[in-house]
Design a protein around this ligand. Structure first.
Ligand SMILES: Nc1ncnc2c1ncn2[C@@H]1O[C@H](COP(=O)(O)OP(=O)(O)O)[C@@H](O)[C@H]1O
Ligand code: SF4
Ligand SMILES: [Mg+2]
Length: 437
């Protein structure tokens, strides 16, 4: 639907209306005689045609204003990248998920059209992520940092403001609802609270079967598949006919994982899947996920607010703060020598089982709350809580620094400050760091 087409149909409509009205007004008697002589049919047809053009033009204008304009804005804000640009032709395996400059801004309030875009919540602001096949990317950050919004964008449960999402090598950022439905089976979601993600009125087996029914698999074949999956996730078959309230949180989360696996997905997004469970159940579910990945080769995007949980499941970890990834890299490297002060602070909050080591550890206490994503700080967004903040941090956004071990950090300490150049933050002594006993 192009702008010239809309403008053109509007002009044609206008000319026809003006011509018909002017002709009838200039020669009302002739017009009336024509009608009398039977030419009224032609005039009636012309009027109907004119009205039809008007209605079509009006609908097109509405469509343009509310749909095309937004799509054009997204397209204009996004330099289009192809998967070949990102991964090269015939190189390594194609990432199951890849995001490029992924951005989601929620309008803060309704604004009149003449006021422009209005204030927005910058929930996700330029996120680049990649999840290769059969691996787990851990996404961590405090509550409100934008993790769940990334999950919903990756699964295309909401439209992006700008940027791109690739699933299995295909750009799915703007594909049609029908095309998206066909790809839905390949990507599944496990929620934080299993009780709210199951229909309390339906038996567990009926809820677990849902994705199969959506794919056209029903009857005995669906029952058989669910039964196999219950074995796989370690749930007794007797639980199939129970209602969600009759299962413990851990059991129901296993059923949630079974539901996600029914249609053999390539990707499962886990949004804080163990946060609502007690510690021993958390460990059991995490062990289950590791086993499933080893056996089935599924890729996981595993979201948590606690670094100690993602540590055990992740191949790589991305640390998110106020809508942006501040550090990303192999899990082991990130734990052993964090290069961003925020990662360091999150890690220092995790208790170490060895009391001697725990006594000697410097604990970085983060001051205050995460700022509002509606008005993030200038320069580095972490600067209002960073113990190492320098003048440059308020003035310039830190560029990405790629370390030797593949860790990418966005912090001026590696480029403009004491120039750590990829070194560990633990090598610095923070002015407000305090020793924890
Ligand atoms: N639908 C929405 N409308 C407006 N603001 C939203 C919406 N969803 C999330 N947000 C805001 O976006 C920010 C990030 O939220 P979220 O992605 O849920 O973070 P997290 O999962 O890390 O806790 C928060 O400030 C939240 O209030
Ligand atoms: S850029 Fe500056 S404020 Fe931001 S994390 Fe690094 S030192 Fe702290
Ligand atoms: Mg969340």
């Amino acid at each position: 639907m192009s702008v010239p087409l809309i403008v053109g149909s509007g002009i044609v409509t206008l000319i026809l209306v003006v011509w018909a009205v002017a002709d009838a007004a200039r020669r009302p008697v002739v017009a009336w005689n024509r009608i009398q002589r039977g030419k009224g049919t032609w005039i009636a047809l012309m009027v109907i045609f004119t009205l039809a053009c008007g209605v079509i033009g009006f609908l097109m204008a509405i469509y343009y204003l509310f749909v095309v304009r937004k799509q054009l804005a997204v397209a204009a804000a996004t330099p289009v990248v192809t998967i070949a640009d990102l991964q090269g032709d015939g190189g390594g395996p194609v990432d199951v998920v890849r995001t490029v400059a992924l951005t989601k801004h929620f309008p803060l309030r309704r604004v009149a059209r003449h006021e422009g875009d209005g204030p927005v919540i910058r929930a996700v602001d330029g996120v680049d992520l990649a999840v290769p096949p059969g691996t787990t990317l851990g996404l961590v950050g405090e509550s409100g940092s934008g993790k769940s919004t990334v999950a919903r964008l990756v699964l295309r449960l909401m439209p992006v403001t700008s940027g791109q999402v690739f699933f299995d090598g295909e750009d799915i950022t703007a594909i049609s609802a029908r095309a998206l439905r066909e790809r839905r089976g390949g990507m599944q979601l496990v929620f934080q609270d299993p009780y709210s993600s199951f229909d309390p009125q339906a038996t567990v087996v009926d809820s677990v079967k849902e994705p199969l029914l959506a794919q056209g698999v029903a009857g005995a074949a669906a029952e058989q598949r669910v039964s196999e999956l219950f074995d796989l996730v370690g749930l007794p078959q007797a639980h199939l006919q129970r209602y969600p309230r009759e299962l413990s949180g851990g059991q129901l989360q296993r059923a949630g994982i079974a539901r996600a696996l029914t249609v053999n997905p390539k990707l499962v997004v886990m949004d804080e899947p163990v946060s609502a469970l007690d510690v021993s159940t958390q460990a059991q579910v995490i062990n289950l996920l590791e086993d499933l990945q080893r056996d089935l080769g599924i890729a996981f995007l595993f979201i948590a607010h606690d670094l100690s949980i993602v540590r055990h499941v992740s191949d790589r970890i991305a640390v998110m703060y106020l809508g942006q990834i501040v550090e990303e890299g192999p899990a082991a490297a990130l734990y052993e020598s964090p290069t961003h002060p925020y990662t360091h602070a999150l890690l220092s909050a995790i208790p170490v089982p060895n009391p001697t080591v725990q006594r000697t550890r410097a604990r970085v206490v983060l001051q205050g709350e995460i700022p509002s994503p509606a008005s993030p700080p200038s320069g580095c967004r972490f600067r209002t809580r960073c113990p190492y903040a320098m003048d440059v941090c308020a003035e310039e956004e830190p560029p990405a620094y790629v370390g030797a071990d593949g860790v990418v950090a966005r912090c001026h300490l590696h480029t403009a400050g004491p120039t750590l150049a990829g070194g560990s933050i633990a090598d610095l002594t923070a002015p407000s760091a305090s020793s924890a006993g």
